[in-house]
Write a protein that binds this ligand. Sequence first.
Ligand code: CDP
Length: 246
Amino acid sequence: MGEQSLPIESQFSGGVIAIDGPSASGKSSTARAVADALGFAHLDSGSLYRGMTLVGLREMARRGIPGNDPARDLAPETLLRAAEDRGLMLQPDEGGFAAYLEGEPVDDELRSAEVTARVSAISAIPVVREWINARLRAMVRAGQNVVVDGRDIGTVVFPDADLKIFLTASAEARAGRRISQRGAAVQPERLDAEAAALAARDHADSTRAVAPLRPAPDAVHLDTTAMDFPEQVRFIVERARPIFGR
Ligand code: CDP
């Protein structure tokens, strides 16, 4: 049975706001602020894909396998077993959940250039997606109200989400935000290089066979190119309040 034909609505009990969109569109920071405003928890599905990539890189080092391409050099079962054995999980932190591996928070490492360069290949592995989706759904089934951000949250993971947002911004705005996030000056060469890296990841994420990045038919589109952060958060919170009565 395909994932989409499962009776998912009968499996989850918490409220769900799904925020999908391309790389660096501001999904995670927006999702966290929306969650804070509503008293929901924030689940960043990308941190699990990044976490799985870090698991793969560490496993290769542990086994003395040269290179840094775990999607190519490790069997999917080896990767999943390592994720279980090393305790890849989301654990509550203030206002949401943070990724833990081997008992330690790993958020900074998950943002490294090495993980970022390899994550799209890892996220194209179907069993990796099933493993991560099962964890996201279990958290909602436990009754948690959540804002979940990713690429396929409104299309595959929670197709019956109460509210779906598809967040976009121009390539240049996204590249500029990502560079500023790192604390660097937004110079033209940097902007070009960052925009090219984001475009490559978006292309890989949009054209893969499983769960490609695309808006759900019932998603509300929000282009944040000309919006500031409080405005985009307000836009979503105002749509959510009547739905959840908050
Ligand atoms: O922060 P950024 O937008 O750059 O990416 P992210 O949300 O941390 O996601 C990192 C990568 O994980 C993406 O480029 C996708 O390859 C993958 N991903 C996915 O396939 N499905 C999701 N629901 C979330 C992330």
